[in-house]
Structures are given as C-alpha cells and as structure tokens.
Design a protein. Sequence first.
Length: 190
Amino acid sequence: MSEQLNNQGNERLSNNELAEAAGEQLKKLERGNEVFNEGEQKHSAEQARHDAEKLAIAGKEQGAGEKKAGGEPSAASGERITRKVKTVQYKQTMKDVQEELSAPSRAFSKVIHNKAIEKASDVTGKTLARPNAILAGSLTACVLVAAIYILAKVIGFRLSGFETIAAFIIGWLAGILIDILRVTFSRRSF
C-alpha cells in the first residue's frame, strides 16, 4: 500500500489529487474496510498518515508555481486573483469548452453566454423567477384547477383551458408578495 501511494506521488499529480488519494486510503483504513486485526489496522492507519504527509510535502515541492486543474493560479504562485484575471480565465475556459462542442451546440453556447443575456437571466432569476414564487404558483394552480374542475363537473360547465394559467398567475403573485414581505420583515436582501 505504501508503495502504491509512493508510485502515485512519483506521477505528476496536482496537490488536490495527492491529498484525495492519501485521504481515501486513510479513510478506508480507519473505517476498517480492509480485513486486519486491531494492531495491524492501527499500524496501517499510522503508516497511511505518514505516507499522506510525505505525499503532501512532495506535492508542494512538485507543484510550487504550477496551476491548479481548473486553470486557476495556485496559492503557492503568489499571484493575486483580480477581476481581470478572472475574466481572462473565464473567456479561456469558455473557448476551450466551446471548441469541444458540436457546431450547433457551440452556436447556442455563444448566444446564451453573451453578457447581455447572462445579465438579463440573472435579473430575471433574482426577481420574477424566484423559487418560492414558482412553487406557490404551481401549488395554487394544482389546488385551484382541481377545485374548479370538480365544481365545473358538478354544475355542468365546460372549462376553457385558461384556468390553469390564471391559477398559476394568482399563485405566483402570492408567492412574490410573500417573498417581498419575508425580505422586508427579516431585513435580508433578495
């Protein structure tokens, strides 16, 4: 097992991968998933801790100044992450991902990741498409339409189909009102 961890340490793995591998081995041993008697298990857990520390030290030496898997500068590099750096990294990541997409998917991705559309989507998500409002609208639509359907069936009226939409709008408005009141009285921001 120690050799297995050392072999993994010799490969060019990131610090996160090294820590994850060592941590998984340690958890596996501590949970007792492998069959050992108590003394051997304790010794193996201590050995795993020792191996994890070695891998962490080797990873720091190996990874000093390298970039993380996501393309973000590592803390060891000493770079300050500014808005400009984030923007450049975002554009590069989008470009890399879009290169792997099919032509129609790439075109759709470029449209939906347009700055204006992303901003409009964010504003809509924070105002009109609130989760509580959507939930209230759908629950109200379900209950009111069921009640209206039963009433119409008993009385003998035909439904037009607009009842569901109207019930959803009523519930959605109630959900928005509840959200506004909750935020107003709890002093939390949207």
